[in-house]
Design a protein around this ligand. Structure first.
Ligand code: ASP
Length: 307
C-alpha cells in the first residue's frame, strides 16, 4: 500500500542553548542537517527503501565534522577513535551493528554490510574492520576522524578531571528514522561515543533495542544521550513495545520512556516515525539538533522552543 514517506534525523541532544552557539556554528549545523535530509529525501521521493534513506542521511552526518560520528568523532582516553553504529529494517527485523570500529570510514555503511552481507547482527573492533575490508568498504587512518576541537575537549577532560558532558555541553551522536512509500520503517544511528571513554566502553548507539530499533508493527527509533542509562532502560525497544503491546500513543510512549531515563539521571532524546506517518521528537535536554522531511518540505531545528 502506498503511504506518504517521512524522514526524521537527529544530530545529538543536550545543553544546547542560544548562548552556547555562535551564529556560524548555528548556520553550519542547520546546513549539515539539511544536507542529510536531502540525501534521505532523494531516496524516499524516488520510491526507495527506508533502510537506504536512513543509511544515506546518517552517512552525510558522519562526513560532517560538526557531529560526533565519523569525522569529528570524540576522542577515547587513549587519544584514538572507536566508532559505533547500527541499522535496523522494520519490515523484516533484520539488523546490523558494529562497535569499536577504527579504520572504516563509514560505521553506518559497515553496520549495513553486517545486516546485508553477514550471517551476524553485531561485530566488534578489529574483526569488524576486517569484515569491512573484505567487503571492500573504504578504509582510512584513525586520525582521519580527528578534529582540533575534539582533541581540546579530551585535553580539558583530563586536565580538569571532569566528565564528558562537562567538556561538551551535548551529545553529538547522529541518527535517522524513515517511513517509505511502501509503508516500511527503518532506523540508523552512528557515534564516536563519549569523550574519554576507556576500557572498551560501549554505549547504547550500536545496541539493537537500546539506541536503535525498528518494527513495522510499532515504529522506528534512534536515540542520543547518556548511553549507560539508555542501555539500562532498553529505550528503543521499550518505546516500540509500549506502542505495540500496551497500545500507547507514540508520543506518550516516547515521553514515558524518556522520563524513565531521566529518573535514572540520564539526559538525551529520541526520534520516531510510525508506519502511520507520525513523526515524533522527545528529549529531556535543553535542545536537540533535529530535522524532518516529507513530500511537503524540509525543516531543521536546534533549540527546544523551535517547532
Ligand atoms: N549515546 C552515545 C553514547 O553513549 C552518546 C551520544 O548520544 O552522543 O555513546
Amino acid at each position: 500500500m502506498a503511504s506518504d514517506w517521512k524522514l526524521v534525523i537527529h544530530g545529538g541532544a543536550g545543553g544546547i542553548e542560544r548562548k552556547s552557539m555562535t551564529p556560524d556554528k548555528d548556520r553550519e549545523v542547520r546546513a549539515g542537517l539539511d544536507r542529510a535530509l536531502q540525501a534521505g529525501e532523494q531516496v524516499l521521493a524516488g520510491g526507495g527503501r527506508a533502510l537506504d534513506a536512513v543509511a544515506a542521511a546518517v552517512c552525510v552526518l558522519e562526513d560532517d565534522p560538526n557531529f560526533n560520528a565519523g569525522r569529528g568523532s570524540v576522542f577515547t582516553w587513549d587519544e584514538t577513535h572507536e566508532l559505533d553504529a547500527s541499522v535496523m529494517d522494520g519490515s523484516t527485523l533484520a539488523a546490523g551493528a558494529v562497535t569499536g570500529v577504527s579504520t572504516t570510514k563509514s560505521a553506518v555503511g559497515l553496520a549495513r554490510a553486517v545486516l546485508e552481507k553477514s550471517p551476524h547482527v553485531f561485530l566488534s573492533h578489529e574483526g569488524a574492520d576486517r569484515f569491512a575490508r573484505e567487503q571492500g568498504l573504504e578504509q582510512v587512518a584513525n586520525s582521519y576522524f580527528s578534529t582540533p576541537e575534539r582533541r581540546q575537549q579530551l585535553e580539558r577532560l583530563k586536565a580538569h578531571k571532569v566528565s564528558a558532558l562537562e567538556v561538551e555541553y551535548k551529545f553529538g551522536t547522529v541518527g535517522a528514522v524513515a517511513l517509505d512509500a511502501s509503508g516500511h520503517v527503518a532506523a540508523a544511528t552512528s557515534t564516536g561515543g563519549m569523550t574519554g571513554k576507556r576500557w572498551g566502553r560501549i554505549g547504547d548507539s550500536p545496541i539493537i533495542g537500546a539506541g536503535t530499533y525498528a518494527d513495522d508493527r510499532a515504529c522506528a527509533v534512534s536515540a542520543t544521550g547518556h548511553g549507560e542509562h539508555f542501555i539500562r532502560v532498553g529505550v528503543a525497544h521499550e518505546i516500540c513495545a509500549r506502542i505495540r503491546l500496551a497500545g500507547q500513543s507514540p508520543q506518550a510512549a516516547a515521553d514515558a520512556v524518556m522520563a524513565e531515563v531521566k529518573g535514572l539521571g540520564g539526559e538525551g532524546g529520541v526520534i520516531l516515525v510510525t508506519p502511520g506517518g507520525k513523526t515524533i521528537y522527545a528529549f529531556n535536554s535543553a535542545g536537540m539538533y533535529r530535522g524532518t522531511a516529507s513530500a511537503s518540505g524540509r525543516s531543521v531545528a536546534i533549540y527546544s522552543d523551535e517547532r
